[in-house]
Design a protein around this ligand. Structure first.
Ligand SMILES: [Zn+2]
Length: 265
């Protein structure tokens, strides 16, 4: 089929461009760094079982926190609850990575993140606090909402990358980065193909598959860029990733609207 051939060609070119600067050795270094810097610790307090990553560099929190109810000094594992079982307010200085107990880096395990998120929401959900005091209800609403926000920001590579940029004091302004005409032309062609093929479930799925391969290439490159503190490179990659993330969202919207099955790659 002509459309899907065109699509394949576009994606092959884009993928080759995106993967060309990738260095396999760096990924290995990144993984080693995770193992040496972070230690997985089981945290289990009354009413809350969860796992929390403790980074050797960011182990400072909890030092000056005290339980508002029993006044006991909280240790760093007592993030959401005191050992007395009472829900605690979160420290407003905490980053989303700290809130989700994940090392502050681009390369995170999203399966663990989702598992951790579900575990937290099970204990923090405001429905569980309907019979509790106003303060406890207030804390549960605030925590539940910030945990949602933190989870959704860290889950997707684009929002996670943009958030990491923010933590480095950087943002991406529109028109800050100039793209070569070929790149914009490729993106336009994919968008056109997608719009013209919305009625063809196979073509939509093919676009999704090829687009996700490209996104995965960006994830590898972004992992290296952030691990090497190459923020300029990360910015450039994220500016491009925005376009592919946008295609992915459009595909998902079509699949929802048309009742197509989504592909998982
Ligand atoms: Zn307490």
């Amino acid at each position: 089929m002509a459309l899907s051939m065109l699509c394949k060609r576009i994606f092959r070119v884009s993928l080759a461009n995106s993967m060309s600067r990738q260095s396999p050795t760096l990924s290995i270094i990144v993984k080693q760094k995770i193992i040496s810097n972070a230690q997985m610790v089981d945290s289990s307090v009354e009413g809350h079982k969860g796992r929390r990553w403790l980074c050797t560099e960011s182990n400072e929190h909890g030092k000056h926190r005290h339980c508002w109810k029993c006044k006991r000094k909280l240790d760093e594992l007592e993030v959401y609850f005191c050992k007395c079982g009472i829900i605690q307010p979160l420290d407003s200085d905490w980053s989303y990575f700290e809130i989700m107990g994940t090392p502050q880096q681009f390369d995170i395990d999203t399966n663990s993140l989702t598992k951790h998120y579900r575990g937290l929401q099970k204990h923090l959900h405001p429905d569980k606090y309907s019979q509790k005091s106003d303060l406890e209800r207030e804390y549960s609403e605030a925590q539940s909402s910030i945990v949602n926000k933190a989870y959704n920001t860290l889950l997707k590579p684009l929002s996670r990358g943009l958030y990491l940029l923010e933590l480095h004091g950087e943002t991406i302004e529109e028109d800050q980065i100039e793209f070569e005409p070929d790149f914009l032309m490729d993106i336009m062609e994919v968008n056109e193909t997608l719009a013209n093929s919305a009625d063809n479930a196979d073509t939509v799925r093919l676009i999704q598959k090829e687009n996700r391969k490209i996104i995965n290439g960006f994830i590898v490159e972004l992992t290296d860029a952030f691990a090497n503190e190459n923020i300029k490179k990360a910015k450039e990659l994220l500016s491009r990733l925005k376009y592919y993330a946008n295609i992915d969202e459009k595909v998902k919207q079509i699949q929802r609207d048309k009742g197509y099955m989504s592909s998982y790659f």
